[in-house]
Design a protein around this ligand. Structure first.
Ligand SMILES: NC(=O)c1ccc[n+]([C@@H]2O[C@H](COP(=O)([O-])OP(=O)(O)OC[C@H]3O[C@@H](n4cnc5c(N)ncnc54)[C@H](OP(=O)(O)O)[C@@H]3O)[C@@H](O)[C@H]2O)c1
Length: 331
């Protein structure tokens, strides 16, 4: 066990693209658990694009991270000391303990189920898989035979969302950046077709692949891609607003989609959601996702970088598309 608790703090609020210099390293004493607490040694950090928004000082669905506070983020860790019934040294737990080597926790930290390793616990069975599950099923409501399009399709959330629509009997088209990601979608992740938005004309390819229109769009990207899809929705289409990563690092909010009026013409619906609203149903979602993974219906990928000192660098990978699957870092 090391002598200090290495941490990454938020140094400054990002302007435009988030930078490594927005974070600073710090060392603190290792905390001691009180009655009812556990001491956890972090083994992996998990990264989500939403963390970029938490660094800004503006009203959102959770409060901003304060300057000088430990960077907020999901982790997996091992219990090293327990003063809490039901938790023993060696147990693996997940929770929002942030970018630090050691953290105190309580019963709010979930135990990783037996037989599940840290990468699976932090990807399909965690926030991104659950976002795909509730967003696609509750808002997208895919029906057999329908045409479903997913943007950010090769990422942690998009890849699971598309495969859930496949399980429901839909034709699924993914939009992702680069030939390798597109090949993974059609060869391994059960998608029917993929569009490389970095090399192809997205609108033209959507017209070709979706001649009868798009029934469900699960959007992780926003911007031009959302606008191209809106121009091609079918009657009674459901547009699920999961994220809009194309705008997260812009200094100015981008203009709204000019094709939104097609929702009126096609009697469509466009709706956003935050996965935390589904907290009471997380156990249901994780159990179903685990079953699909075990039977081979949901393929998944993690991108595991190494070394706690590389946490800011690893976070930035989400915004260049360097991550191939759920972005994790092994301490
Ligand atoms: N609503 C909720 O409760 C909720 C919860 C979790 C996540 N989300 C959202 O879900 C989306 C995906 O998150 P994730 O954690 O699964 O990350 P991810 O998809 O695994 O990684 C992010 C991906 O976004 C793509 N990307 C980055 N910049 C882009 C740009 N300017 N234009 C187009 N694509 C870009 C990159 O893929 P390419 O290589 O394909 O460009 C990158 O790999 C995000 O928008 C996130 O905010 C929402």
């Amino acid at each position: 066990m090391s002598e200090v608790n290495r941490q990454w703090l938020l140094r400054s609020r990002p302007v435009g693209m988030v930078k490594e210099s927005d974070f600073e390293r710090h060392e603190a004493p290792i905390p001691t658990p009180a009655d009812g607490q556990i001491l956890v040694r972090t083994t992996h950090l998990a990264f989500e694009p939403a963390m970029r928004g938490w660094m800004e000082d503006r009203a959102s669905y959770i409060p901003p991270i304060g300057i000088g506070e430990v960077m907020r983020g999901m982790t997996v860790g091992e219990v090293v000391e327990s003063r809490l019934d039901g938790y023993a040294p060696g147990d693996l737990v997940t929770g929002m303990t942030g970018w630090q080597e050691y953290a105190l926790g309580d019963a709010g930290l979930g135990k990783v189920p037996p037989g599940v390793d840290a990468p699976l616990a932090m990807s399909v069975l965690s926030i991104t898989g659950l976002t795909a599950y509730f967003g696609m099923l509750d808002l997208g409501q895919p029906k057999a035979g329908e045409t479903v399009v997913v943007s950010g399709a090769a990422g942690a959330t998009g890849s699971v969302a598309g495969q859930i629509a496949k399980i429901k009997g839909c034709r699924v088209i993914g939009i992702a950046g680069g030939a390798d990601k597109c090949a993974w979608l059609t060869k391994d992740a059960h998608f029917d077709a993929a569009i490389d938005y970095k090399a192809e004309d997205v609108g033209a390819r959507l017209s070709e692949l979706c001649p009868d229109g798009i029934d469900v769009f699960f959007d992780n990207v926003g911007g031009d891609i959302l606008n191209e899809v809106l121009a091609r929705i079918a009657q009674k289409a459901r547009v699920v607003l999961c994220g809009a990563i194309s705008g997260y690092n812009l200094e100015e909010r981008p203009p709204g989609p000019s094709n939104y009026f097609n929702l009126v013409v096609q009697r469509g619906r466009m709706e956003g959601f935050i996965v935390l609203d589904y907290l009471p149903r997380f156990a249901e979602g994780s159990a179903q996702l685990l079953e699909w993974v075990r039977e081979g219906s949901v393929a998944w990928k993690v991108d595991v970088q190494k070394g706690f000192e590389n946490a800011p660098k690893t976070f930035l990978r989400l915004f260049s598309g360097a991550n191939a699957g759920k972005q994790l870092l092994e301490m």
